[in-house]
Design a protein around this ligand. Structure first.
Ligand code: GLN
Length: 483
């Protein structure tokens, strides 16, 4: 049953071939059997079964929508009413939110069943899921390797089919990069397309919620539910939501794919480049035109990102002060001691590094040199993307420079770790939508094709992704032991 897509499960549920309760039990069983992956922080077994029974009852009354009864897992950055939301931090180890994030609320309203909360990098800071207070997540394709990050619990859970779909957040690649390293389909919508309400903030001008699924069709079904204006998020955009499934099969003949030459730099594993070339041939066969484009400032995206994101995080994380939220140190001797020790003990090393960097680049003497400069280079990067989209329908390239690296391999050197995001975080700085879809294997490890769309052109991006998945079967491959 777990090899089925949401689209297939939805048809089976509608035809009465299975029930949500049966499906939910099946996934809960798989979560238990593969607990060694460490993909989940919390499993909500009883709540899930109750929700499943409610979905089944709704169906009997003829009131179930297409997603009712489908079991999913939420990244543990989304607030869930009554269920722990830890953000994989000791700081929020026992935090129970009194409300649901908009993404969670909309999925619930569609009748979806939440199996639990997935592991992640602490406060979504990381590219390997090794900064989690709850320990690293293992990649089902090779348990000695990372599943990517920060949505590594979601990508591993999806790759192992421990849920029919999972959610993620992408501030600088955290949906696309883990999707690439686990042979799953990751979708980061346009900034503002999906509400950030109830999603614990990392870098507010970059954060965007999205999904990790088996197929582009499933991503389209979920986007139909989670996209749309929300007055509780001031950056949410009030634009109509199309039916993203309606255009999946559209003809792409004559459409133009731009391939940025900067994606093919020295750091790119030539075998990944070869997979991209093979994928482009599939699109040529479908009649798409391939053109070379240039994003001359793309090389500035990692340094720009690592000024902007820490600056915003240092501000966002100031609320965790031992008073209002989460962890408080034992026996504080003064208010200052309370702040210092609560934050010192509650945050992990990577989060502290980001807060310190952020505070530094925002400080009076360095603001102009770093923060203001980064805002300017951000604008240049955005202009590069906008100029490219005057001539093309989508951009394509690799999602990551290499396949999954080993657990522990890059933890001592933050810069090498940050460079793993070189092809993904420019898209966040520009605010555009991006996807990663399975495009092949290197020594048995999956790699992803990145598709980037113009603002609010998720439908076109999904159309390109779906047409590729009709022609290829990479996305159907499952890791050994998880078939
Ligand atoms: N890997 C990047 C970082 O560590 C991106 C994280 C994210 O997108 N949440 O900041």
């Amino acid at each position: 049953m777990h090899t089925k897509t949401i689209a297939e499960l939805s048809r089976m549920l509608a035809a009465g071939e299975t029930s949500s309760e049966e499906l939910t039990r099946h996934y809960l069983e798989r979560i238990r059997a593969h607990a060694d992956l460490n993909a989940f922080i919390t499993v909500t077994e009883e709540e899930a079964l109750a929700e499943a029974r409610r979905a089944d009852a709704l169906r009997r009354k003829g009131e179930a929508g297409p997603l009712a009864g489908i079991p999913i897992a939420q990244k543990d950055i989304f607030c869930t009413d009554g269920v722990k939301t830890t953000c994989a931090s000791k700081m929020l180890e026992n935090f129970i939110s009194p409300y649901d994030a908009t993404v969670v609320e909309r999925m619930k309203r569609a009748g979806m069943v939440m199996l639990g909360k997935t592991n992640m990098d602490e406060f979504a800071m990381g590219s390997s899921n090794e900064t989690s207070y709850f320990g690293p997540v293992k990649n089902p394709w090779d348990k000695t390797r990372v599943p990517g990050g920060s949505s590594g619990g979601s990508s591993a859970a999806m790759a192992a089919r421990l849920a029919a779909a999972t959610t993620g957040t992408d501030t600088g690649g955290s949906i696309r990069q883990p999707a690439a390293l686990t042979n799953t389909t990751g979708l980061k919508p346009t900034y503002g397309r999906v509400s950030r309400y109830g999603m614990i903030a990392f870098a507010s001008s970059l954060d965007q919620a999205g999904t990790i699924t088996a197929t582009a069709e499933d991503a389209a079904m979920l986007l139909n539910v989670i996209a749309g204006f929300d007055e509780r998020d001031s950056t949410s955009v009030d634009k109509p939501v199309p039916d993203y499934t309606a255009t999946l099969n559209d003809d792409i003949a004559g459409l133009v794919i731009g391939v940025p030459k900067e994606f093919f730099d020295d750091g790119l594993d030539p075998r990944v480049a070869e997979c991209v070339r093979e994928a482009l041939k599939v699109y040529e066969r479908l009649g798409a035109k391939i053109v070379d484009v240039s994003l001359p400032n793309l090389g500035l995206s990692v340094p720009t990102y690592y000024v902007v994101a820490p600056a915003e995080c240092s501000s966002n994380l100031s609320r965790f002060d031992g008073v209002r939220f989460g962890y408080r140190c034992e026996n504080p001797t003064s208010l200052e001691d309370l702040y210092k020790r609560s934050r010192g003990e509650g945050f992990g090393a990577e989060v502290k590094r980001r807060i310190m960097t952020g505070t530094y680049v925002l400080s009076a003497g360095y603001y102009d040199a770093y923060y203001l400069k980064a805002q300017k280079t951000r604008e240049l990067i955005k202009e590069d993307f906008c100029r490219a989209f005057e001539k093309v329908d989508v951009l394509m390239g690799p999602t990551t420079p290499t396949a999954a690296f080993g657990i522990g391999e890059k933890t001592d050197d933050p810069i090498t770790m940050y460079l793993n995001d070189i092809y993904v975080n420019g898209v966040n700085l520009a605010g555009m939508p991006g996807m990663s879809i399975p495009m092949g294997f290197i020594d048995g490890l999956p790699v992803g094709l990145q598709i980037i769309g113009n603002y609010f052109e998720e439908a076109k991006m999904l159309n390109f992704a779906h047409r590729y998945q009709r022609e290829t079967d990479w996305h159907t491959k499952l890791p050994k032991g998880f078939e």
